[in-house]
Design a protein. Structure first.
Length: 636
């Protein structure tokens, strides 16, 4: 939708940079309501336009404007300003074409439109083609033939929402209401206890309703899904506003228009709406929807997500999201590129939730909405295992003062739920199994099953933080003691659980070979394969087109077990599938933390196609370990 954002972003960016020594990228995203990628592209274009007269520098997610030649800079800035007020700008032409067609009841001859805009017929035809692509998302078409005239085809509701969400500031450059109108409507809002923070959006809906209705463009909201809008707490307020409008302007808005105006408040998260929802929280459909989503996530990902800390908050989000989907309001997420890149697992889970919502309500959910859901799931996933206190022991012969300093340093760089003790070498001969992690500056063997990290007198805090996080994920497991190899997948694979798969067999046949191998080693129980097969019938175990991740619970072990199967040339029924990671999860212990770590590692692998190809060619477990030590930075 970038192409239809009429607001002059270039000038806004420059004005902000001129007024401040530096401007944070997040602030520009919030103010301009666009993505980080769009901001970066705008800055790149500005630097190209200013050549040697000025330069915008980015450092630590902050932008600074350096003006080298003031007169040249001001002249170029003037040209940018003028560009947005003539038809030389592609953006202006597209906005104007839509606005013109939206104002007409009859088709408009294309040659007359080209003459009016003082552009060639070829340019206009090219612009219309581009405009058609932009309008698809709103189910709006430009129909007709160029010689007989063209017009907009689509529902009045979609046309209005397109204007509201994209070109409102262009269509309504000036407020259609005077000061008396604003004072009266503000007074009515106050008398009905209507939140003032919602009035801005209310006026936008009221403006477009009056304008379109008065010009003969009538909206049809007679479908039963809109009936509940008449029950909104703002109903009496809207009635009084419409009565005022009739008395002053002799325009009598019908019930459909009142419903349309009510959408403005119905889809906003305001205190009154939240209170009404809170009072009936367990009876709303979204309460049941959340339980359905969590059940499906557990079934598909084996993740037991605890939403108790912000359960109501999440239900509120689902409630208003369903409202937006029901009424056709599109929610723009300016951070979606960042969310998709930074939280891939949460985004994947959010897409699963989106499918469930679509199945229950038959609404198409946009990527923007999916990304908002992903933020919630990232919050839930980040909290998995974080409530467990990690016990760390420092063993050193340093002086008492220096030892205390080391302990303080450890406490300062770790979370609140990390306990740190310290002892000397002479005190370390007993059982140390009560500790999750031991950090020692003395090179000796200790009587413990806990992870031991050897350090110099000056501790490597970045490395230690990684080790603490690893312990938080997987507990006391036998992690390879190779610096940088904090891999859960690698730590649970052995020579016996590394399989070279047969290209002449199907995926199912190769998977059976792997499961039989684990069963022979007594690593999985008798029901393991049956449950895997049952789950695959209901939910695909394909992680990507080239990686499968079949997994389920297992009674034979208290820790997660992972086997890997490599297929350099794919399978008989799937030539693209290269790797199979088969996971057996402990049945009677917390496994979500280990699963999150496994998902993170799989994401690290799939982000580089060459890594998948490289691993699929390996011939043994020793080759796998050597590969990660020598050729990748995935776990360093």
């Amino acid at each position: 939708m970038d192409i239809f954002n009429y607001d002059n972003r270039d000038l806004k960016i420059l004005n902000l940079l001129e007024e401040n020594f530096y401007v944070q990228e997040k602030y520009l995203i919030d103010v301009l309501k666009v993505s980080a990628k769009t901001i970066q592209n705008e800055i790149k274009d500005l630097n190209r336009a200013f050549q040697n007269s000025a330069y915008i520098k980015k450092e630590n997610l902050k932008y600074t404007l350096y003006i080298v030649k003031l007169e040249e800079y001001l002249l170029l800035k003037k040209k940018i300003y003028e560009r947005y007020f003539n038809f030389d700008s592609n953006k202006v032409r597209l906005v104007y074409i839509f606005k013109k067609l939206a104002e007409l009841h009859e088709p408009y001859i294309i040659d007359e439109l080209a003459y009016e805009m003082t552009v060639s017929r070829g340019t206009l035809v090219s612009d219309i083609k581009k405009l058609k692509g932009v309008l698809k998302e709103y189910n709006i078409k430009i129909s007709g033939k160029t010689n007989n005239g063209i017009k907009l085809s689509g529902t009045e509701k979609d046309i209005r929402f397109y204007i509201l969400e994209n070109i409102y500031n262009y269509v309504y450059k000036e407020d259609i209401f005077d000061m008396d109108d604003h004072r009266m409507i503000d007074s009515l809002a106050e008398s009905h206890n209507i939140e003032k923070q919602g009035l801005y959006e209310f006026f936008r809906y009221l403006t477009i309703s009056l304008d379109r209705f008065a010009n003969g463009f009538f909206i049809d909201l007679s479908d039963s899904r809109y009936d509940e809008l008449k029950e909104e707490y703002t109903n009496k307020f809207i009635e009084d506003v419409c009565e005022y409008i009739f008395k002053r302007y002799n325009i009598e808005l019908d019930e459909n228009e009142k419903k349309f105006i009510a959408i403005s408040y119905a889809t906003m998260r305001l205190p009154s709406s939240i209170k009404i929802l809170t009072d009936n929280i367990k009876s709303v459909e979204e309460y049941k929807l959340l339980n359905e989503i969590l059940a499906n996530i557990y079934y598909e990902y084996s993740l037991d997500i605890d939403v108790s800390t912000i359960k109501e908050e999440f239900i509120y989000h689902l409630y208003f999201m369903i409202k937006r989907l029901k009424y056709g309001v599109r929610y723009t997420n300016n951070m979606k590129e960042v969310i998709i890149d930074r939280y891939p697992i949460s985004f994947k889970i959010a897409k699963t939730a989106g499918k469930i919502i679509s199945g229950m309500y038959s609404y198409d959910i946009s990527i923007d909405e999916i990304c908002y859901l992903a933020v919630y799931f990232e919050t839930f996933i980040s909290n998995i295992g974080n409530d467990r206190t990690i016990k760390v022991l420092l063993i050193t012969n340093a002086s008492k003062a220096y030892r205390n300093l080391m302990v303080q340093e450890l406490r300062s760089v770790t979370r609140d739920n990390v306990d740190v003790d310290s002892i000397t070498e002479s005190e370390s001969n007993g059982d140390l199994n009560d500790y999750d992690l031991i950090i020692s500056t003395i090179k000796k063997e200790f009587n413990t099953d806990s992870m031991v990290v050897y350090q110099n007198a000056i501790l490597d805090m970045d490395y230690i933080k990684k080790e603490i996080n690893l312990v938080r994920y997987i507990g006391k497991m036998n992690i390879p003691q190779i610096r940088g190899m904090e891999s859960l997948i690698l730590s649970t694979i052995t020579d016996e659980t590394f399989f070279i798969l047969d290209k002449n067999q199907t995926y199912e046949e190769n998977l059976s070979k792997m499961i039989d191998g684990l069963y022979d080693l007594a690593l999985v129980d008798e029901e393991f394969e049956e449950i895997i097969r049952e789950r695959e019938k209901k939910s695909s175990m394909m992680f990507t087109h080239s990686i499968a991740f079949p997994h389920t619970t297992n009674k034979n072990s208290d820790s997660i077990k992972i086997a890997v199967g490599v297929a350099e040339e794919g399978f008989l029924d799937n030539e693209n599938l290269r790797l199979v990671f088969l996971a057996a999860l402990p049945e009677n212990s917390e496994n979500s933390t280990a699963l999150v770590r496994t998902y993170d590692e799989l994401i690290s692998i799939i982000r580089e196609e060459n890594v998948i190809e490289d691993i699929s060619k390996l011939k043994s477990y020793d080759d796998l370990v050597s590969y990660f030590i020598n050729k990748t930075n995935l776990y360093r």
